[in-house]
Ligand binder design. Structure first.
Ligand code: ISL
Length: 575
């Protein structure tokens, strides 16, 4: 893994196209908006962009329901605009990763439109079709009891074909049949379409779900009150996925200089991850494991309560930072994406007095670990969740809405009983990761013209938290990110390629995290990072670090005479 690669040295900036910048006043971000901010992204120091889906789509799941991979969702722009974006990015040495959504397509995709016509058409087997099953009551019912990830049955009846099709997300997102070689080939061709236009890689959506157990067995009953059960034992991490990924790599990736990152949902198990990323497997460059974004998920999933504790973050960090080099694989590092709440609100504090320090603390963490860091647009200015003053109407994402509705139904439609659900959504709903980018204190945050109607809520905290206010302030969160990015580049041998060692918890207490990074080769720089994930002051003995210099720090100080490093609320330091 010490072998140098551009994608190991990259820092990736994720853009959710609807929410970045609207150049034409329709209230929705677009490609020209992104082009106009490339100098801003370059100025920050990011070297690559991951763009959430921009393809033609009915937008039932914000573009994660693609109806044509070779054209652009018209409100975002045209194919020419996309080509212009690639050109402008490459001109600035910024790489582009597209979001490859091939676990499913939109039900409006030509493939599905053809597949649903009959049991014998050329694409009849490109999706997952089954006859109805006769239930114990003698009535026809779904082929099995799988629950959709967004709620309800995962099976949907098609009148034309007189069969059910599988859709693990929305009914408008039918799952592709990866066992069909013709479908795989067509997907490879769509990938080449973009790679031939200069795209530098893909983030592969829901990759852990792409292959299903051929028998589609019933899921075990974990929730006796529910009709449908989570079937991931049969549709996640199935062995054939590796066969199809190795094929994809041989047929497509190996012919280009690309970077690939697979999304592994909630996969946490190191052996499962190893199988995708170990170098000798010849599958993917890296994956997103799920455990960092579900540090505050309760036993019953995303919206179930569990308080975040820094020790969870310490354990997860230690686990992947040490496992990956053993596998000869490469880590991704991230705290936020478009499916999550904002990290300052979840893992530190977005209270006014702590928010900037919290964001700087998390920046120190994100950019001092081994692997390729990913940040979500707005993370670099400390964007936070919608506050408690926003009610359920501010939330428009389908996952959160479905969840809210099903709990409300179960509680007999009593709105006043929903406070607990709303509180969890205020922490973890996907909407927070999709808030319009806060460019300025102007109306609509400079995201769209002040008289336009933005596609979703603009957080009113943009009056205080925006790019314009931070760009020239050397104490801002933005300035801190920019410095951290410059430091990561300057000390690449240590921070990107170096060894990692977690310091024992006795050194930092249960609310602190400390680790060392050690460069190899000629540049044997040795760094130590201390993070205080709490409001309480944290003191770390510093005898060992006499004569060391402070590389960067936040709300902390070194008292050389007293041999003590003091980390105040949400302080961080790199020596
Ligand atoms: O984020 C989740 C729940 O909040 C996950 O279950 C997530 O849905 C899963 O990891 C897959 O996410 C991806 O595919 C979905 C899409 O809605 C998400 O935005 C995308 O990141 C379906 O395409």
């Amino acid at each position: 893994s010490a072998e140098r690669k551009w994608w190991k040295e990259a820092v990736v900036y994720q853009i959710y196209p609807a929410s970045f910048l609207d150049s034409n006043g329709d209230g929705l971000g677009d490609l020209n908006g992104i082009i106009s901010k490339l100098d801003y992204i370059k100025g920050l120091g990011a070297t690559a962009i991951w763009l959430s889906p921009i393809f033609k789509s009915p937008q039932k799941d914000m573009g994660y329901d693609v109806s044509d991979y070779r054209s652009i969702h018209a409100p975002y722009g045209s194919l020419e605009d996309a080509e212009q974006l690639i050109k402008e990015m490459h001109h600035r040495d910024i790489k582009l990763l597209l979001d490859l959504v091939v676990n499913h397509t939109s039900d409006q995709h030509a493939w599905f439109q053809e597949s649903r016509q009959s049991k014998t058409n050329p694409k009849s087997d490109w999706y997952i079709w089954r006859d109805a099953k006769i239930g114990p009551d003698g009535n026809a019912q779904e082929p099995n009891n799988w629950r959709s990830i967004f709620g309800g049955s995962a099976w949907h009846w098609c009148k034309i074909r007189q069969q059910y099709y599988l859709a693990l997300f929305l009914s408008e997102q039918p799952d592709l049949n990866w066992d069909n070689a013709g479908m795989r080939k067509a997907t490879h061709e769509d990938m080449r379409f973009w790679l031939d236009r200069g795209v530098d890689g893909f983030r592969i959506d829901s990759m852990n779900l792409m292959s299903k157990h051929p028998d589609l067995p019933d899921a075990a009953i974990v929730d006796p009150q529910e009709r449908y059960q989570p079937g991931d034992a049969w549709f996640a991490l199935q062995p054939n996925m590796h066969v199809y990924l190795q094929e994809m790599r041989r047929e497509v990736f190996d012919h280009y200089d690309v970077m690939t990152v697979g999304e592994l949902g909630f996969t946490k198990d190191a052996d499962s991850v190893r199988a995708f990323v170990a170098r000798d497997r010849r599958e993917l460059d890296m994956v997103f494991t799920g455990d960092i974004v579900d540090m505050d998920f309760g036993a019953a999933g995303k919206y179930a309560r569990r308080d975040f504790h820094p020790s969870t973050m310490r354990d997860i960090t230690d686990k992947w930072q040490t496992a990956m080099p053993r596998f000869d694989g490469w880590n991704s590092v991230y705290l936020e994406n478009h499916d999550s709440g904002r990290s300052v609100s979840r893992y530190a504090s977005d209270r006014p007095e702590h928010r900037a320090n919290s964001a700087k603390l998390l920046a120190t963490y994100l950019l001092s670990l081994g692997g390729t860091p990913f940040l979500l647009a707005g993370e670099e200015i400390g964007m936070a969740n919608l506050g408690p003053e926003y009610g359920i109407d501010a939330y428009i994402d389908v996952e959160g809405r479905n969840h809210y509705r099903s709990v409300l139904e179960a509680r007999g439609g009593d709105d006043s009983s929903m406070g607990d659900v709303l509180r969890e959504m205020q922490l973890k709903a996907r909407d927070h990761g999709r808030l319009p980018m806060q460019w300025s204190a102007e109306a609509n945050a400079g995201f769209t013209s002040s008289d336009a109607r933005p596609w979703m809520t603009v957080n009113k905290d943009h009056f205080d938290w925006n790019v314009a206010a931070q760009l020239d302030d050397k104490d801002s969160v933005y300035a801190y990110y920019k410095s951290m990015l410059a430091i990561r580049k300057e000390y690449m041998e240590t921070l990107v390629y170096g060894k990692f060692e977690m310091l024992p918890v006795t050194r930092t207490g249960e609310f602190g995290i400390g680790y060392e990074r050690k460069g190899h080769g000629k540049a044997q720089e040795h760094m130590v990072v201390f993070l205080n994930l709490s409001e309480a002051k944290l003191e770390v003995p510093s005898e060992e670090y006499q004569g060391w210099s402070v590389v960067i720090g936040n709300n902390s100080k070194v008292d050389a005479a007293a041999h003590m490093i003091t980390l105040n609320a949400y302080g961080a330091i790199v020596l």
